[in-house]
Design a protein around this ligand. Structure first.
Ligand code: SF4
Ligand code: SF4
Length: 263
């Protein structure tokens, strides 16, 4: 009976971790005042590097992992977290795609760039080219964003806590832009990446008159070749288009642009 009571009252154990990035996703969670008390009531936060200096590193029901993997030490750490977590969620563009720090991914010049920036200084231990966390471990769910959005994050957590599978959000930014009844930048031959960018921001930039620069990372159903071709037809240089696409596309963008051959 006592066991049963304990089982009913047991809160899911959650750990929130940060690797290489700006920590904006952890900050978003801390700044979600409307949801924070509900979250702390519903789950047992075991580890949250930004909020507590006393982590309890044991088995976890859910691990939320932010940031790209950019050192050998981070590689080992993310694997160790995975080994303790029943469910692991990548949160934010850096964890999902590799982030801006991976914008030159696989160009063969990582070592040279590292030297250019840091010289011979060795204060970063064993740096490696930044990669998304799923280059090293299995990820169960993805929350894109730069940073993540509170509604998507708490909807996912709520579903996980109640034993349901979270929805996979498939829509690009364009979908939200249409819902918000904005005039499309492409109609005016302007440089907008909304159709190949993962949705969830509510078309925040377009709503205030700025084109999407793709900060939520690539939308997996995006037709990259077609969009590049279209933008070139507006007189925008191929190099500028690719630079912008790669800016937030991280390491993962390589799989989406491999067939883009328009020059
Ligand atoms: S303005 Fe940009 S995000 Fe909005 S519909 Fe056009 S291409 Fe898509
Ligand atoms: S750049 Fe694009 S994805 Fe990022 S917030 Fe603006 S509209 Fe959303």
């Amino acid at each position: 009976m006592a066991d049963q009571k304990e089982k009913v009252l047991a809160k899911p154990k959650v750990g929130i971790y940060g690797f290489t990035g700006c920590a904006g996703d952890q900050l978003l969670i801390i700044h979600s005042e409307d949801h924070l008390l509900d979250l702390f009531n519903a789950v047992d936060i075991r580890s949250f590097v930004m909020a507590s200096s006393k982590p309890i590193e044991q088995e976890l029901d859910v691990a939320l992992v932010e940031g790209s993997i950019s050192t050998e030490e981070e590689k080992a750490h993310v694997k160790e977290i995975r080994s303790r977590a029943k469910v692991l969620v990548a949160i934010g563009n850096c964890a999902v795609s590799g982030g801006p720090q991976a914008m030159f991914a696989a160009d063969g010049e990582f070592a040279q760039r590292l030297k250019q920036v840091y010289g011979e200084t060795k204060f970063i231990t064993d740096p490696v080219e930044a990669t998304p966390i799923d280059a090293h471990i299995t990820v169960d769910y993805y929350l894109p964003g730069c940073p993540i959005s509170a509604p998507q994050t708490f909807a996912l957590l709520s579903r996980l806590i109640h034993g349901a599978s979270p929805d996979d959000y498939m829509h690009p930014v364009c979908h939200e832009c249409k819902m918000n009844e904005n005039r499309c930048f492409l109609v005016d031959k302007k440089f907008c990446l909304g159709s190949i960018t993962a949705g969830g921001c509510g078309s925040a930039c377009i709503n205030v008159g700025l084109p999407c620069v793709g900060c939520w990372g690539p939308n997996r159903d995006g037709n990259f070749a077609s969009v590049v071709k279209q933008l070139i037809s507006y007189g925008i240089a191929y190099e500028d288009i690719m630079r912008r696409i790669r800016n937030y596309g991280g390491h993962k963008i390589l799989q989406y642009i491999k067939d883009v051959k328009v020059r």
